[in-house]
Ligand binder design. Structure first.
Ligand code: SAH
Length: 238
C-alpha cells in the first residue's frame, strides 16, 4: 500500500510513523508513507498556501491552486483509490471503514489547516471526507495519523499474529474483553481463575461473555442486532 499525506506542516507527521507497528510495516515494505509538503506546490516566492476568506471573517483558508497542483502531480505517477480530506463534518471514522481502506492500494490523505480548504477542493478533487470525531483540531495532521495507523495495522502481514487484529474492539461489533498478564496475584488483586485453567474452550467462552457484557454496559449501540439488550443506554446519556 502507498499512502501520500499532503500537509502544510510536515513536521507534525514525523514521529507518528517512526515507531512501533507502523515503523515495522514500513521496514517490511508492506506500506510506503510519503509526507508531502504542500508549500512545494506554492506558486509565489513566499511559498504561500493560504489566503483570506472571501466575504471576510477570521481565519485563513488553504488555496485551491497549490492543492490541485500537488494532487495532479501525484496522480501523474499512480492511480489512486481515494483522495481523502480529513474534515470534522466528514464520515465518522470507524473500524469498518479502516477495514475497507486497508484493502486499497493507493491513497491520498489531505490535511486541512486554519479554517479548512477552499470548498472547490472538496467539490472537485476529493473523493471521500473522514472525521475522527465531533471536535475540532487545529489541523488534519493528527487525524491523518490516526486514520493511517488504524489502516496500516490491518494490512496482512503487519501484525505478527494476524488474529490479534480480529480480537480487537469493534471487530464483530463488540468491545474487547479484559486482558491480564503476570503476576497472577498482585497485592491480592487476582487474575480470573478461568484464564489460568489452560482450558482453551472455556477461556474462549469466558472472553466472549465478557466482551458481550462490556459491550452491553459501555457501547450498547454496537449490539445492532439486539437493540433491546438489557442495560441499553439511550443515545443522549452515553
Ligand atoms: N472551520 C472548520 C474546521 C477547520 S479545523 C469547521 O468548522 O469545520 C482545520 C483542519 O483540521 C480541517 O480542515 C481538517 O483537515 C482538520 N480537522 C479538524 N478537526 C477534525 C476532525 N474532527 N476530524 C478530521 N479532521 C479534522
Amino acid at each position: 500500500m502507498h499512502i501520500d499525506i499532503i500537509t502544510c506542516l510536515p513536521k507534525l507527521l514525523e514521529s507518528p510513523f517512526s515507531d512501533s507497528i507502523v515503523k515495522r510495516a514500513i521496514a517490511k515494505g508492506l506500506v510506503k508513507i510519503n509526507v508531502i509538503d504542500l508549500r512545494a506546490y506554492a506558486t509565489d516566492r513566499h511559498r504561500s498556501v493560504d489566503d483570506y476568506a472571501y466575504g471576510g471573517g477570521a481565519g485563513m483558508v488553504l488555496m485551491v491552486e497549490p492543492i490541485d497542483r500537488c494532487i495532479s502531480d501525484l496522480k501523474s505517477r499512480r492511480t489512486y483509490d481515494e483522495v481523502i480530506y480529513m474534515s470534522p463534518d466528514g464520515e465518522p471514522f470507524r473500524q469498518s471503514l479502516a477495514n475497507a481502506l486497508s484493502l486499497k492500494q493507493n491513497l491520498i490523505i489531505l490535511c486541512g489547516h486554519y479554517k479548512g480548504v477552499d470548498e472547490r477542493v472538496r467539490e472537485h478533487l476529493v473523493t471521500r471526507e473522514i472525521s475522527i470525531g465531533d471536535y475540532v483540531l487545529s489541523g488534519g495532521e493528527l487525524a491523518a495519523a490516526v486514520v493511517t495507523d488504524a489502516i496500516v495495522r490491518l494490512i496482512p502481514g503487519v501484525l505478527s499474529d494476524e488474529t490479534s487484529a480480529l480480537s480487537d474492539s469493534f471487530q464483530d461489533n463488540l468491545v474487547a474483553p479484559p486482558v491480564y498478564t503476570r503476576p497472577a496475584d498482585y497485592k491480592g488483586w487476582k487474575v480470573p481463575d478461568v484464564l489460568l485453567s489452560g482450558h482453551e474452550a472455556k477461556i474462549e467462552a469466558w472472553r466472549h461473555e465478557m466482551a458481550l457484557e462490556r459491550t452491553r454496559q459501555r457501547r450498547p449501540g454496537l449490539l445492532a442486532d439486539n437493540p433491546d439488550e438489557p442495560g441499553n443506554i439511550p443515545a443522549g446519556e452515553r
